[in-house]
Design a protein around this ligand. Structure first.
Ligand SMILES: *Cc1c(COP(=O)(O)O)cnc(C)c1O
Length: 437
């Protein structure tokens, strides 16, 4: 258990009778979350100007403030204005700016929802929102519309509807528990959800998306890990954005999870003035892999309302990827994605490596700028695939019943489909055609 001098000072200010054990207790932390500017001033010893306070208050009326004492203790009080944790926790009036291109629900999560709490976007996996609360409110939250909205707290009845949907939808092999933060549920409630999901024969893996290792590492108790590991394979994805967030306490939380056999991933959001720097990003990624966390995604900041001041051009993300690919371990680099507005899902983006192509040669460039050629085979016997494994000499045979119909660009490439084009709805040219006939 860690209890630094700074943490002790904060802890004693919160409650003079508190001790190391209280500080390391996640429920104590939640009970004493900082929700007002006055509390922040008192605990940090920082005196904010009246005008800053007034503008912050206006922001918090709209998007509330909440930060755990632990995460507060990570802020450098001597240099708080530039602190990446401060910037992720304390709002600025820029949050109240809504651009024409902003949306309440940019990813159409509420419309791509067959039942409350489930977003079913991709063929074989669903996102299951099992909690709408978080241990803190990230200023860059993509689901800001739901923060603090009591109508969004799922009841057991709601959760049962989600579980029923997954049971009835045979193609779902991967369930991603999200929220809010799923680890805000008490262990027994979370265990109940895991038990129900594990009973479903077609559910192969469960994932948990949580920011607890970052903002409240004490939530990762031995009891929690021992419970989670019973439902293996459970993958845990967390959300570190800056190397500063990787503290001794968060390392201990990650160690517990990794030692418990839970594979760990990390999703970062590219944030202006927080981590939009190739060197900061590389330092974060290196620290993650040292702690057995595999960087998974780097997100372009979504078009949610109130996030405009956090957004970078896409070019910043590509520049960062350019600084990583080839320059550091392959497993230390995330996939940079833009979550397509309107519900199109995650689209990977990266620098171009194919420079040109002929019928038997590809011209490539590498990370050093070396231009090279790859000679393709002169003879390659294309195997036409009609999706009938009986006539095929490859080893594994698939059962036609198990198959999910091909779709998307994948279907255009398929020999088994007659589809030759994907055409936008209301295409004016095709409308004219109909009138012609
Ligand atoms: C991100 C996401 C997933 C998971 O996508 P992966 O690429 O498999 O990690 C599933 N459903 C929704 C709605 C998502 O946004």
């Amino acid at each position: 258990m860690i209890y630094t001098k700074k943490q002790e000072i904060i802890s004693k200010k919160i409650d003079p009778n508190s001790n190391k054990g209280d500080w390391n207790n996640w429920k104590w932390q939640l009970k004493h979350s900082i929700k007002t500017i006055e509390q922040f001033e008192y605990l940090s010893g920082i005196k904010l100007s009246d005008s800053i306070k007034a503008s912050m208050k206006k922001t918090f009326d709209h998007f509330p403030l909440s930060i755990t004492p632990y995460y507060l203790s990570v802020i450098d009080f001597n240099n708080y204005e530039f602190d990446p944790v401060f910037k992720q926790s304390f709002g600025t009036p820029s949050e109240l700016q809504v651009l024409k291109s902003d949306h309440q629900d940019p990813l159409s999560e509420d419309s791509d929802s067959p039942v409350k709490g489930i977003t079913h976007r991709y063929p074989d996996r669903v996102m299951f929102h099992i909690s709408n609360i978080c241990s803190m409110y990230c200023r860059h939250c993509t689901r800001k519309r739901k923060v603090g909205d009591v109508d969004c707290i799922p009841s057991k009845v709601d959760l049962l509807k989600g579980i029923q949907y997954i049971t009835e939808t045979k193609q779902v092999r991967d369930v991603l528990l999200s929220g809010g933060d799923p680890l805000m549920l008490p262990d027994d409630m979370l265990e109940w959800v895991l038990q129900e999901l594990t009973k479903i024969p077609h559910v192969e893996i469960i994932r948990i998306g949580t920011r607890m290792p970052v903002v409240l590492p004490y939530r990762i108790t031995d009891d929690l890990v021992n419970m989670l590991r019973k439902y293996n394979p459970v993958w845990v994805n967390t959300h570190f954005n800056h190397p500063k967030e990787i503290t001794t306490s968060s390392c201990l939380a990650l160690k517990r999870l990794a030692d418990g056999g839970l594979p760990l991933g990390n999703q970062s959001v590219l944030l202006a003035d927080v981590n939009d720097c190739p060197r900061i990003m590389k330092s974060l990624l290196h620290k993650l892999v040292q702690n057995r966390v595999r960087p998974y995604y780097l997100y372009q900041c979504d078009l949610s309302e109130g996030l405009s001041h956090f957004r970078t051009p896409v070019g910043k993300g590509i520049e960062i990827m350019e600084s990583l690919i080839g320059h550091t371990s392959g497993f230390a680099r995330p996939t940079y994605v833009i979550d397509a507005p309107g519900g199109g899902g995650k689209v990977p983006v990266m620098p171009n490596y194919i420079i040109s192509w002929s019928t038997n040669k590809v011209v490539l460039r590498n990370y050093e700028g070396v231009i090279t050629t790859y000679k393709e085979p002169d003879s390659y016997e294309a195997r036409l695939c009609d999706r009938n494994c009986e006539d095929c000499n490859l080893e594994l045979k698939f059962d036609a019943d198990e198959e999910i119909a091909e779709s998307g660009i994948n279907e255009l490439l398929s020999d088994a489909s007659d589809r030759i084009a994907l055409i936008p709805e209301n295409n004016p040219r095709l409308k004219r055609r109909k009138n012609d006939v």
